[in-house]
Design a protein around this ligand. Sequence first.
Ligand code: PGA
Length: 249
Amino acid sequence: MNVISVKDEKEMSQIAAEKIIRLVHEKPDAVLGLATGGTPEGTYHALVADYQAGGTSYRKVRTVNLDEYVGLDPEHPNSYHTYMQEQLFNHIDIPEDQHFLPDGTAASLEYECRRYDKMIDSLGGIDLQLLGIGENGHIGFNEPGTPFDSGTHVVTLTPSTRHANARFFGKPEDVPERALTMGIGTILKSKSILLIVSGEKKADALYFLLNDPEQTVRFPASALLTHPDVTLIADRAAMSGLPLKGRNY
Ligand code: PGA
């Protein structure tokens, strides 16, 4: 794992955006795996700023998102479809039919999961997957206990994840109980992974990831330890749980 330690969230976002921009310049039809939540907002902001300054075109890029809540229409204000439109797609030149998220309203969620994995394969796989980490070590919505070879599947969100995401909804009980998520196996098939981590709330998760080399389904992010191309960008607050000396990465 290549670890880049930065001062703060702003620097993390800038460096993450630069890596994505570099890839899009090298491979204009790259397949980008995208994430939602609080952490990637600054990265999307930096991508939009670069686009508006005339820097980068996304006309050939394809994107696939990690996850979506079950039962929320794409137009729902808290759906990840809406998040992606507002944070990124409305502001860059990516064509409407080149960005993909799982459909949380599909009549058969099982069929939708299989369809989503096949669709990613048909695009040629993910060149770069942007990832955050949950306080409990989840990646995407892969909660503790998820097998490392899982494909896209339906998950029941843990109380801690619903609690963490309640800030985006009016009331905690409005957070959907289930979601569709790319599996850990889907994520591990990505050619490269960019893990961004910011803030003290993530310090424990980062501590486990970097100081306990054991791979265990109890801590989903540990699946990343054997992937050949993972870059972690973490800010000082997220690194605050780590000893300054003797880090084993
Ligand atoms: P956050 O979520 O960016 O909103 O902290 C990250 C995650 O749960 O994966």
